[in-house]
Write a protein that binds this ligand. Structure first.
Ligand SMILES: Cc1cc2nc3c(=O)[nH]c(=O)nc-3n(C[C@H](O)[C@H](O)[C@H](O)COP(=O)(O)O)c2cc1C
Length: 196
């Protein structure tokens, strides 16, 4: 199963990116999962005016990200909380690529903040956004308060007491991701149940 871990902050030295490194490495230790980190600073997608269309000759780097999103089986969105909501860079990317690359996939939600509430407002709003793109938000979210104390630059976990939270989130994420992945696979090989 191919999983993208999307770091939704485009700030220099983003805490979100450290979390993304950690989750990508942890998922990669499962041999059934190919996890790839998507750092949104790397992809020069535009401030969107029109939705991406493959047949309109988009810039190469925009096409590369499109193809990765389209091909993956599940994703994790990690957002910083900015002014009580999720990051504009993440929303821009989602609006630009449109729902075809997201629909019917499991999406895990994580939010980070330096305060005590772990980005709960951003995370809850992101759940709504995930539903709007016809994807399935994994019920168990990963909220990370005082993020600056918990992860080192390369993504190592500094706070061992937080390991259980990460484990619970990833176990749930894998459960839902595999369920939807299996369903899509079975639809490709056999006719599914029809109403009427
Ligand atoms: C413009 C801005 C708004 C912020 N708003 C909030 C907020 O509403 N709630 C919160 O807990 N932290 C808030 N913070 C703190 C961020 O959550 C914190 O800086 C976090 O590390 C950002 O992640 P990043 O380093 O990956 O960008 C804000 C930070 C910035 C720069």
């Amino acid at each position: 199963m191919n999983v993208l871990v999307i770091s939704g902050s485009i700030r220099e030295n983003a805490s979100t990116l450290k979390v993304a490194r950690h989750l990508t490495a942890t998922l990669s230790s499962n041999e059934a999962i190919q996890a790839e980190l998507i750092d949104l600073t790397v992809y020069e997608y535009p401030i969107w005016k029109e939705v991406f269309h493959l047949d309109e000759n988009p810039p190469e780097e925009c096409r590369i990200l499109h193809d990765k999103l389209f091909a993956c089986d599940a994703m994790i969105f990690i957002t910083p909380e900015y002014n009580g909501s999720y990051s504009l860079a993440l929303k821009n990317m989602i609006d630009y690529y449109g729902l075809k690359v997201f629909e019917k996939k499991a999406i895990g939600i994580s939010a980070v903040s330096v305060g005590a509430l772990g980005g709960i407002r951003a995370a809850l709003q992101l759940q709504q956004l995930v539903l709007a793109i016809y994807a399935s938000p994994v019920p168990q979210m990963l909220l990370i308060p005082q993020v600056q104390t918990r992860f080192a630059e390369a993504g190592e976990l500094l706070d061992a007491s937080f390991a259980n939270n990460i484990d619970r989130f990833l176990q749930d994420f894998i459960w839902y991701a595999e369920a939807l992945f299996g369903k899509r696979k079975s639809e490709q090989s056999a006719s599914s149940i029809k109403l009427n």
